[in-house]
Design a protein around this ligand. Structure first.
Ligand code: TRP
Length: 439
């Protein structure tokens, strides 16, 4: 395989916190494993521009960048085998963000979950809908689209909450390709179903926002102390304990082999005391983490070395980004005035046809939307129970055109008069094009 056909896997990590065991089990460990696949090219980066959306503490962003970079390397990511870089070292990323901004419908961004959640919260509190919502939060999906499209990533491993962003990146890529010819690869989200969600100290999902985390590379003594703080029931030593619903057991399982887990389950049944169970958990985690801890400490105590590693990664990344950005600038008309013809051009009579996109939402229902070439949404369906029903509705619109609109309206989001007009004229365009093809 040559470098053009190898699968590219890319993911970013927002630099706003200190990595904890949940990040390790859920993201770092599986990604480091995947990065050793010699059939793929890995791109892993520190999303520090994204961090600015959530965090206005400069020292914290700097520290987090150092800690996350050191954690990934100490956990086994090999910067010589993958491209490991800091987003803000790639000036082409914000440059591409602007080009994508110009092919992204504002209405599409209105629908982004993170933005919508902020608006819903404001509405519920009786505030202005956009109160405390920065344009950065609103634009977040476009920046993320630039991260992904810049490196022509095929696969993007992310959490479920990020699927919509990958869908949007696909839409940006197809709008751009439609307007300016094929430049971008359409990325796909990869959801790791088998990776466990780690519970935190209080039994809820381990997350910085619940303040229930165990830092990945805390000194051993601190880790032991925190593990001692995991909530359990009040059963005395000797009483049988339930593994189900036990945060301690689940965390153990995330580090142990199947045999070790079975042995722990037996110990629960035989009434192991919580103190002993916690000691076993500490020892098991420490066996995996201790050898990396030293490496981590060496890396964070030498930030200049870390800078060097990241800058070398940025160099590698820019060997792709710089020429690609040159190509994209040329494609949109940001060109040397003396290159080619700068003569006035008649607007190409390219009829920009609308297209249909079908997708599934996290509620399990199936949806479609009709979008014009600029990615502007013309029709948005409500949820269908099956992909077949959604497909049938699309087929009707494609064959019957505007005439099908009336019958289908109950399955669509309400249309304003002007939205209806542009939907109708786009459906007409589509039908004319179809008839043209048939003749
Ligand atoms: N938004 C992602 C998150 O919060 C981080 C991220 C930024 C990312 N850019 C990306 C992930 C590009 C994958 C691809 O998890």
């Amino acid at each position: 395989m040559n470098s053009n056909t190898r699968t590219r896997v890319l993911t970013g990590i927002t630099t706003t916190g200190t990595p904890h065991l949940g990040n390790y089990v859920g993201a770092i460990r599986p990604t480091v494993h995947a990065s050793r696949d010699t059939q793929t090219d890995g791109f892993y980066f520190l999303a520090d521009y994204h961090a600015l959306i959530k965090c206005d503490e400069p020292a914290r962003i700097q520290r987090s960048t150092l800690e996350i970079a050191a954690s990934w390397i100490a956990s086994g990511l090999d910067p010589d085998k993958v491209t490991f870089y800091r987003q803000s070292d790639i000036p082409e990323i914000p440059e591409l963000t602007w080009l994508l901004t110009c092919v992204t419908g504002k209405g599409v961004l209105n629908r982004a979950h993170a933005y919508k959640a902020a608006v819903d919260k404001n509405n519920a509190a009786g505030h202005d809908p956009d109160s405390d919502v920065s344009a950065g939060l609103f634009m977040y999906p476009v920046l993320m689209g630039a991260d992904i499209l810049m490196f022509k990533a095929h696969k993007v491993p992310v959490g479920r909450d990020q699927i919509q962003h990958i869908e949007m990146a696909r839409d940006m890529a197809s709008s751009f390709n439609h307007l300016y010819d094929e430049h971008f690869v359409l990325p796909e989200a990869v959801i790791e179903e088998s990776v466990a969600l780690l519970p935190g100290l209080d039994g809820r999902k381990m997350s910085k926002s619940y303040d229930n985390t165990i830092p990945l590379f805390a000194p051993a003594a601190q880790m032991r102390k925190q593990i001692a703080g995991i909530v359990t029931d009040s059963k005395a030593p000797g009483e049988p304990k339930a593994t189900e619903g036990s945060a301690l057991f689940q965390i153990y399982q995330a580090f142990a082999s199947a045999e070790e887990t079975a042995a722990m389950a037996r110990a629960y049944a035989e009434g192991i005391g919580w103190g002993d169970a916690k000691q076993m958990l500490f020892e098991r985690i420490d066996r995996e983490i201790a050898p990396m801890r030293e490496h981590y400490q060496a890396l964070v105590s030498n930030p200049a070395k870390m800078d060097q590693i990241l800058l070398a990664g940025a160099d590698k990344a820019r060997q792709l980004a710089t020429p690609f950005m040159r190509e994209l600038r040329h494609a949109v008309g940001l060109r040397n005035l003396s290159s080619g013809s700068a003569a006035p051009v008649a607007k190409e009579a390219k009829t920009a046809l609308p297209s249909f996109k079908q997708y599934r939402e996290s509620n399990g229902q199936f949806y479609f939307k009709m979008v014009d070439a600029k990615g502007q949404i013309l029709l948005q369906s409500l949820g269908f129970a099956s992909p077949k029903e959604a497909g049938q509705a699309i087929a009707r619109l494609q064959t019957e055109g505007a005439q099908a609109l009336k019958a289908l309206e109950p399955s669509l989001e309400t249309l304003t008069t002007s939205a209806r007009q542009s939907a109708v004229s786009n459906l007409q365009l589509l039908q004319e094009a179809r008839q043209g093809q048939e003749n």
